[in-house]
Design a protein around this ligand. Structure first.
Ligand code: ADP
Ligand code: MG
Length: 247
């Protein structure tokens, strides 16, 4: 489903991604862990082409892009590639001046894939799926953070992506709101959604992940099933990292 080879990203002199190799099959859930600043967000942003990688290769479905050696990604390539991935951010990033329903319908409506009526119908179906039918007419400022994140998930799903990317989706939430967002993500996983999730929720990693990826200094340090990576880490750096996170 996604194959990444030798992915590099530099910001000026700073080498943030230093040759990431990563692979995920359809229906898998990869949980990405690693110390702050190791490049987790940059990796997700490169998968979504919110950042242009400096070198390497990304394959999503049948599409493949190569980076570096002077080749530029065209706007058309970027649009096609981006439409295959749905992104959910730490801070929800809902449009504050639109209702909940308008937030969810905006993607397929604005890109011309659906007319207004069909986009609204799809939005209502997705809001029901994340348990927020009764909030459709409200503004983002009137709902809780947990609800806002569930709207953001519905909004990402509205474009029918092949892969959902989550960047610390619960880390901006009050603790009592974390569960409702993780529950929605668990259901998506059970339904077979391919997901890449950056999170420090170790119980989610244990229960839901098919593989756990430990990122360290811009590379994949370890990757494997949760019990292997979390319970029998082979590198001292992963052992140290795990001893510091609560699980
Ligand atoms: P993580 O999500 O693992 O905490 P990030 O991918 O956000 O790490 O950041 C990795 C490194 O890249 C950090 O040192 C960060 O300061 C740097 N970085 C991220 N985005 C940019 C940017 N747009 N410009 C310059 N440096 C950046
Ligand atoms: Mg980050």
């Amino acid at each position: 489903m996604i194959t990444v080879k030798g992915l590099e990203k530099k910001f000026g002199q700073l080498r943030v991604l230093r040759g990431v190799d990563f692979q995920i099959d359809r229906g898998e859930v990869a949980v990405v862990i690693g110390p702050s600043g190791c490049g987790k967000s940059t990796f997700l942003r490169c998968l979504n082409l919110l950042e242009d990688p400096t070198a390497g290769q990304i394959e999503i479905g049948e599409r493949r892009l190569e980076f570096g050696s002077g080749t530029k990604v065209s706007d058309a390539q970027r649009a096609t590639f981006r439409s295959k991935t749905g992104m959910v951010f730490q801070n929800f990033n809902l449009f504050p001046h639109m209702t909940v329903r308008e937030n969810v319908m905006s993607g397929p409506y604005l890109n011309g894939r659906l007319n207004r009526t069909d986009a609204a119908a799809r939005a209502d179906r997705l809001l029901a799926r994340v348990g927020l039918s009764e909030r459709a007419e409200q503004m983002p400022g009137q709902i809780s953070g947990g609800q806002a994140q569930r709207v953001a998930i519905a909004r990402a799903l509205a474009l029918e992506p092949e892969v959902m990317l989550f960047d610390e989706p619960t880390s901006a939430l009050d603790p009592e709101l974390v569960g409702e967002v993780l529950d929605v993500m668990k259901v998506l996983a059970e339904e077979g959604t391919t997901m890449v999730v950056v999170t420090h929720e170790m119980s989610f990693a244990r229960d839901v992940a098919t593989k756990v990826v430990f990122m360290d200094e811009g590379r994949v340090g370890e990757m494997g099933p949760p019990d292997q990576v979390l319970d029998a880490p082979s590198s001292p750096r992963l052992q140290t990292f795990l001893s510091k996170v609560v699980h």
